[in-house]
Design a protein around this ligand. Structure first.
Ligand code: PLP
Length: 426
């Protein structure tokens, strides 16, 4: 098939006219389809409904070591929850704090602590060291960028590749500037590309020279167990790699059960060196008298161990993998071979990244919106909401029912074609 770049203006115009008729027919249906956020669908939430029956008024609400979970205390999480997360994250229970309902909150709190108190007892607070900067592999998770923006941290975009962040660039920047204090990483099934960092990238991050001696890697392992296929991606464990490279305190790893059980009512965890955990706990003690231990008990009883968790995640995959396939097959059918877009095909996680021709993403999102399809804002996957090439669109396939999803992706493809042709005709 000829790409659109090979077609004459007349042929392109003809195509455009046909697409416009189709667009107007769809726009008149007054659709209201929301594809903007990566939320589980109702069937996925139903998988964890039995967890709500675990605690009743006649339940034992004592933790494994006899603490009454209804009362204050156990700031770093109940031992059985620590054991569960330590097996998921493959670290020692002493390296884990099990927190409240959100890993994003723990990330935000860590950064605020580092700004105000420094990264350790001995360290100087980041805010006393001048302008704080973070490396931001992009496209990336918009809420990471929002944290930086809200806290006045300057963001430096670094290109994402299928292997992970562009490490030549990361190493060069981190080695040169002591104001660069951190990097955001979603190392497994990254948001939005669905890429998993290679072992070589993990080793380079773990062992690289940084001009700042209080540099921290924010290792947001949100999708650690969220596989879509029976042959999941493997991610090298960065905590032992960093310890081996001589930087045991460099890594702050986060995860949660938000997309395992219930977003907003899950359990989050932080893993790091014992030294960092002790410091985080000290700062945490000012802010809290203890987490929701009843929810931790519920989660441990429901998810039990790695095997039970893995069986549960397979049920999620059975619901959402077909939705990913639906999106990918429509993209291929409507846009394949036309030279106007490419997209990722992830093995897990919650997103597909669609890349248009340069300068088209904003217009595509706007045109789709006018036809009743809401997508994540173009640019949202970049620091300050600015995609320098204006080409990345994040597709979140999980929430809508399949029929709605099909319709939304068809509208999206129509918009990509129309905007691309317009651009080629200019
Ligand atoms: N990290 C990433 C990469 C995410 O995509 C999300 C949610 O979409 C979160 C963190 C939010 O995690 P939590 O619900 O634990 O705050």
């Amino acid at each position: 098939m000829a790409t659109y770049q090979d077609l004459s203006n007349e042929a392109l115009q003809q195509k455009y006219n046909t697409l416009q008729d189709a667009y107007e027919a769809i726009a008149s249906q007054q659709l209201q389809l929301d594809m903007s956020r990566g939320k589980p669908c109702t069937e996925q939430l139903d998988l964890s409904q039995p967890m709500l029956d675990i605690l009743t008024s006649s339940s034992t609400v004592k933790t494994e070591n006899g603490t009454d979970a209804r009362n204050y205390g156990v700031l770093d999480g109940i031992p059985e929850a620590k054991a569960l997360f330590s097996s998921i994250l493959e670290v020692e229970p002493t390296q884990v704090i099990v927190g409240g309902n959100s890993s994003l909150t723990m990330m935000h709190d860590s950064i605020v602590q580092f700004l105000l108190h420094g990264v350790s007892e001995e360290a100087t607070p980041w805010i006393k060291q001048g302008n704080v900067k973070f490396l931001c592999p992009s496209p990336g998770y918009d809420r990471h960028f929002t944290i930086c923006e809200a806290l006045g941290i300057e963001m430096i975009p670094v290109a994402m590749t299928p292997e992970g962040p562009d490490m030549d660039e990361v190493e060069k920047l981190a080695a040169a500037d002591p104001q660069i204090k951190g990097i955001w990483c979603v190392p497994k099934y990254s948001n939005p590309d669905g890429f998993t960092y290679t072992d070589a990238v993990v080793d380079r991050l773990a062992g690289m020279q940084t001009a700042a001696n209080d540099f921290r890697i924010f290792w947001d392992n949100a999708y650690i167990v969220h596989h879509l296929s029976d042959e999941p991606d493997e991610l090298k464990n960065i905590l032992p790699a960093a310890a081996k490279a001589g930087y045991p305190d460099r890594i702050m790893e986060f995860t949660s059960t938000s997309k395992v059980t219930f977003p907003g009512s899950g359990v989050a965890a932080l893993a790091s060196s014992e030294k960092n955990i002790a410091f985080y706990k000290k700062n945490l003690s000012v802010q809290s008298i203890g987490p929701d231990k009843l929810n931790q008990i519920r989660h441990v009883a429901f998810l039990k161990d790695k095997d039970t968790l893995s069986a549960h995640m397979k049920k999620h995959a059975a619901i959402i993998a077909p939705k990913f396939h639906t999106v990918l097959s429509i993209l291929e059918e409507k846009l394949g071979g036309k030279g106007i877009a490419d997209w990722t095909n992830p093995n897990g996680g919650y997103f597909i990244s669609l890349n248009t021709m340069d300068g088209c993403a904003k217009d595509v999102v706007e045109l789709a919106k006018k036809a009743g399809v809401t997508l994540t804002g173009a640019g949202a996957t970049y620091p300050y909401g600015k995609d320098p090439s204006d080409r990345n669109i994040r597709i979140a396939p999980t929430l809508p029912p399949t029929e709605e999803l099909k319709k939304a992706i068809e509208v999206l493809c129509l918009c990509v074609e129309m905007v691309s042709i317009n651009r080629l005709l200019q």
